[in-house]
Design a protein around this ligand. Sequence first.
Ligand SMILES: [Fe+2]
Length: 193
Amino acid sequence: MFIELFFPTVIGVSDFDKTDQIEKQYYPYLQNLKNKYSRNGTFCYYEVHKDPFFKELTNWITGEVNKFSDKFNFTDTYIPVESWFNEYTKGTHQSVHRHAGSVFSAVYYLKGSENGARFVFKTPLPFDNKNPENNSVKKNNESHLNQFSWTSASYAPKKGRLLMFRSFLEHSTDTVGDEREQRLAISFTFDKK
Ligand SMILES: [Fe+2]
């Protein structure tokens, strides 16, 4: 027997090498923006990619997203079209959503940790009415499965880490359980130049 993997769900992961420097530089500035523009204290629709202050990070992310698009053999160049940031505190989370109007999405963790509330991708496959393992709301354990059978995949919000994915992919975040956990994520969407 041989197994083939057509139509996979592709996630790109890159780590920035100036993590601490960029955090020190950007965090106070983002705090000011949050105080000025955020309506709920978590989500702040501020177009980071249009502000020259964030040029270094925006350029790096744009480069990584274009390397990611090369993996698909896509021929266009991609540029950021929207951006925003979220600072999560205890009890907050993001429910399942996708980013309409763009080809790629990218999330960068300016602050975060290996054991913080996770970023969760949902399978783009249709709902499996009779999943062979009989998972249910009550019994939601996929740990014994694998990349052929998982229905979600999650990532720790590691500081300096960038996650890249096609924008149609539904995603959410787990709820922050610890008030000491600081997590600030900057999100970008990309479209053809
Ligand atoms: Fe999102």
